[in-house]
Design a protein around this ligand. Structure first.
Ligand code: TRP
Length: 376
């Protein structure tokens, strides 16, 4: 089926509806209306036009990325990460559009914006148009119940050099000041945040229940080994063998992850003070495979190792695309391992590929635009 002439909304909302259906998410309508709200004016743009804003949510600038989280003790959840853009996109315009959207959601979807209000000016300073983005939003969809909303902020809003200070201030304002030295000590190789180990996201849950609100700090490790990641994980008292085993499976023979950074995610629960309650490792698998067939093969080895059912991932791939897995690379964008209390969980991040499908590496290392793609 040709998607030529389709709009961004038709493409991504169609994918979301199919994903909800396959993964047993009952309220697809609310999910679609929320994603429609995030897409805003970009929703009606046809895909033959270039993206309105070069969103960094995904490689082809589609402002949405999906993910499926697998756990032992509950059914898979569907997540999405998305960026809103103003009618005339700019960092400032997009920021205002995202803040308006959150305001309108706060009553309708019972969000608590109190903690967000405490920190927002740290990451959204008036006097800079720097950084990669203003606000990203994430929805977590479970089979029943309302979507949970998370907000992502950019620690590099005032430049990479200031990113550590922004995180320190954000944590302090949330009563987590003690977490800072744990982070700095474990998440960096030099003992300082720098160009090698830099904070990439600061995320906050916007639930109704302040007791379970989580704060997450993500640190990118450039040109890192699995031993570097294991050291970072030790900050959350994680056994290094867990991290090594995951890197060996997902990286298959990669010793230095220098094509795209490994990312550590530390979870803090306000009140639980200095120590992270959880650690996740994100591995950008798309940069370490030739095509998605190879990535899918590794995903299956990972789900097998952790005794998790791979069927929801297979179903999700099927819901997203009808292209052959070996016809492109990047549909499977990241894989992550979630560690902490209880058994490990796995999350697989899946691209929408609304604008482009990257060609497999052994063929031509370029990107085919949708208009000329023959993959579908
Ligand atoms: N596309 C960006 C990247 O790959 C940001 C991003 C989107 C990301 N989803 C992610 C980073 C999941 C880590 C994990 O870096």
């Amino acid at each position: 089926m040709s998607r030529f002439g389709f709009t961004l909304g038709a493409h991504t909302l169609g994918q979301l509806t199919a994903l909800c259906h396959r993964l047993g998410i009952s309220d697809a309508r609310t999910a679609c209306s929320m994603l429609g709200g995030i897409l805003g004016p970009a929703r009606d743009r046809v895909l033959s036009e270039p993206p309105a804003w070069p969103s960094d949510v995904s490689d082809d600038h589609t402002p949405v990325e999906f993910s499926v989280a697998l756990d032992h003790d509950r059914p898979p959840s569907l997540r999405l990460l998305a960026e809103t853009a103003a009618a005339e996109p700019s960092r400032l315009g997009n920021r205002l559009a995202a803040l308006d959207l959150l305001d309108s959601w706060s009553a309708r979807h019972r969000l608590r914006l109190g903690l967000f209000d405490r920190i927002r000016d740290v990451f959204l300073p008036d006097d800079t148009a720097g950084g990669r983005f203003a606000v990203w939003l994430s929805l977590v969809l479970r089979p029943t119940g309302p979507p949970a909303v998370k907000v992502y902020l950019d620690p590099t809003a005032c430049g990479v050099g200031a990113a550590g200070e922004l995180v320190a201030e954000g944590l302090r304002r949330l009563g987590l000041g003690g977490a800072w030295s744990t982070l700095r000590r474990h998440a960096t190789r030099s003992g300082l945040f720098d160009a090698a180990d830099w904070p990439i996201f600061f995320a906050l849950d916007l639930h109704d229940d302040p007791d379970t609100t989580r704060v997450k700090v993500y640190v990118a490790h450039e040109s890192a080994t699995s031993a570097d990641a294991a050291r970072a994980a030790a900050g959350a008292r994680i056994d290094s063998r867990e991290v090594d085993a995951f890197c060996a499976l997902a990286g298959e023979g990669t010793s230095l992850f220098d094509a795209r950074p490994l990312i550590s995610g530390y979870t803090f629960v306000p009140g639980n003070l200095d120590h992270p309650s959880g650690y996740s490792l994100y591995l950008p698998i798309r940069s370490y495979v030739d095509d998605d067939e190879q990535a899918w093969h590794r995903v299956q080895q990972i789900t097998d190792r952790y005794g998790l059912d791979r069927a929801p991932i297979h179903d999700a791939l099927d819901a997203l695309t009808d292209r052959r897995l070996d016809a492109g690379v990047g549909l499977i964008a990241h894989v992550s391992l979630r560690l902490g209390d209880g058994e490990p969980g796995i999350t697989i991040y899946l691209s929408s590929e609304a604008y482009a499908i990257a060609s497999p590496r052994q063929h031509i290392a370029t990107t085919t635009s949708r208009g000329s793609s023959t993959c579908r």
